[in-house]
Design a binder for this molecule. Structure first.
Ligand SMILES: C[S@@+](CC[C@H](N)C(=O)[O-])C[C@H]1O[C@@H](n2cnc3c(N)ncnc32)[C@H](O)[C@@H]1O
Length: 469
């Protein structure tokens, strides 16, 4: 099949000529900037007050402000350019990150509650996992398992979860097809943010892309169907699953949903994505009543990134052919010795004032010392790739250089070498430059705080606090 001009393709989907003209006007326009605050680390009001002082204005777009549910985890920001957002010290300290409004909705629509065990199937680089885990931490709740097949992307996932301090997460490394059987009916909530043809992103950034590849989209749709069937197995009966993509083509959205409903008509039901202003529905690809339950987001209607969300509830058990994964951690590659433990424990006491309890396990590779929280999760079947956090760099195998993650793990136990910034100094570091600091901790690594917010590790060199280590 020949590749089709993208605009012709969209023309075919949209409901009227007027709609199409509007789409053409908007589809490559700049969208409002929006951010997600890490609310388990900071009190939203406190940071908003600080940022407002710098003339930032927060607001929810009309289509969310008028909704009866409060979907306010991600907010638009006015009076700011992307460069200033990126270089802001709160961004460098991972107190917020830049997130598109529509992309931030799927995790919110999933509606995670305190005792939910949650699975994020296609997790990397992890922005939705961060939202899910942040919400659970705020509720003093349970745990998120984040699955990702690609090795490189999994590294980014672990990195992002660590830097946002989300320790209530475990990383899985599975192809989605096998997980449904391995983790049969283990999860209360599942998020499937499926790999898709990604055209929302493509057309936003590359004005030269003109074709739309229907064959590619149909291949992806085949994969997405497989994926949904497998992951519905992993869901508990009465559990809920959200399926989302950042494409607007119906092959990867309504078609996939329609297939799953046909196959499992007596075991799952589609439930309403409860957003008031969802745009029109596409009856050609999914039965009219069902099509009204899913949500599509268009750049010319809601003025946000192209996105699609559908939500399922599982009504009856699905069969499985239970398998067990018997991979084990190769302990021999690491130093788990008591002497390493006592050196680390002494160092933490001396330099950070941390009294370390038994729940932390330490081990070293040739470059880093890692820590792992020993809290066990009730799981018989899945191999959990350890979420090791590197806290100390080994210099010539012996000297200890602390890493930013040391603050991530031990912030609430630290009592030594702490620097409290006042409001004025905080304003100064907002562009990530070093700040003059007359203090007596020459050559020391210090933990920087403002109010009750732990920011990051810095080093005092002469009369400066150096932010970049
Ligand atoms: C749309 S992205 C996920 C974005 C992520 N949810 C976020 O918010 O940052 C889809 C992910 O699925 C992963 N993936 C692709 N094939 C997979 C498979 N067979 N099993 C598991 N994950 C897969 C891709 O590597 C990619 O990282």
């Amino acid at each position: 099949m020949k590749k089709q001009n993208y605009l012709d393709f969209v023309h075919g989907i949209l409901s009227s000529e007027e709609d199409f003209l509007l789409f053409k006007e908007f589809y490559q326009k700049r969208l409002p900037k929006s951010i997600k605050l890490i609310q388990s680390r900071i009190c939203g009001k406190e940071i908003e007050a600080f940022l407002k002082d710098r003339w930032w204005k927060f607001y929810l777009p009309d289509f969310l402000a008028s909704s009866w549910n409060s979907f306010d985890d991600v907010k638009c920001v006015e009076n700011i350019d992307v460069k200033s957002l990126w270089s802001h010290s709160f961004h460098n300290a991972w107190l917020f990150y830049i997130q598109e409004i529509s992309a931030g909705l799927s995790a919110q629509v999933l509606g995670v509650e305190k005792w939910d065990v949650v699975l994020d199937l296609c997790a990397a680089p992890g922005w939705k996992t961060v939202q899910l885990a942040d919400r659970l931490l705020n509720l003093w709740g349970w745990h998120v398992f984040a699955n990702e097949l690609s090795f490189a992307r999994r590294k980014a996932l672990v990195f992002n979860l660590n830097r946002c301090w989300l320790y209530n997460t475990s990383i899985l490394w599975y192809d989605w097809v096998s997980v449904g059987d391995l983790a049969h009916e283990m999860f209360d909530k599942v998020l499937v943010d499926a790999p898709c043809s990604w055209e929302g992103m493509q057309y936003k950034y590359d004005k030269n892309v003109v074709y739309w590849d229907q064959v590619g989209a149909e291949k992806l749709a085949k994969l997405q169907k497989e994926l949904l069937l497998s992951w519905l197995k992993a869901l508990k009966v009465w559990g809920e699953l959200v399926y989302s993509t950042c494409t607007l083509n119906p092959y990867e959205n309504e078609w996939v949903i329609s297939y799953v409903l046909e196959q499992l008509w007596d075991r799952v039901e589609l439930i309403n994505v409860d957003i008031k202003w969802k745009s029109f529905w596409l009856e050609k690809y999914l039965d009219k009543w069902k099509a009204q339950l899913v949500a599509r987001f268009w750049p010319h209607i809601q003025k946000t990134w192209w996105f699609f969300i559908a939500k399922f509830r599982k009504l009856k058990s699905l069969s499985n052919t239970a398998k067990v994964d018997e991979r084990f951690l190769k302990k021999s590659e690491y130093d788990y010795s008591d002497s390493l433990r006592s050196r680390v424990v002494d160092y933490l006491m001396e330099e950070r004032g941390v009294i370390c309890d038994e729940k932390y396990q330490f081990f070293a590779s040739k470059d880093f010392v890692y820590v792992k929280d020993n809290t066990e999760i009730n799981n018989k079947w899945l191999f959990i790739e350890k979420q090791w956090i590197p806290i100390i760099k080994l210099w010539f195998r012996w000297d200890f250089i602390p890493q930013q993650w040391i603050v991530t793990v031990f912030w609430n136990a630290m009592s030594k070498n702490i620097v409290e910034l006042d409001y004025e100094s905080l304003q100064k570091i907002s562009d990530w430059s070093d700040i003059p600091w007359n203090y007596w901790l020459e050559g020391k690594f210090v933990c920087v705080k403002w109010n009750s917010i732990w920011l990051f590790l810095a080093k005092q060199v002469k009369n400066l606090l150096k932010m970049k280590l």
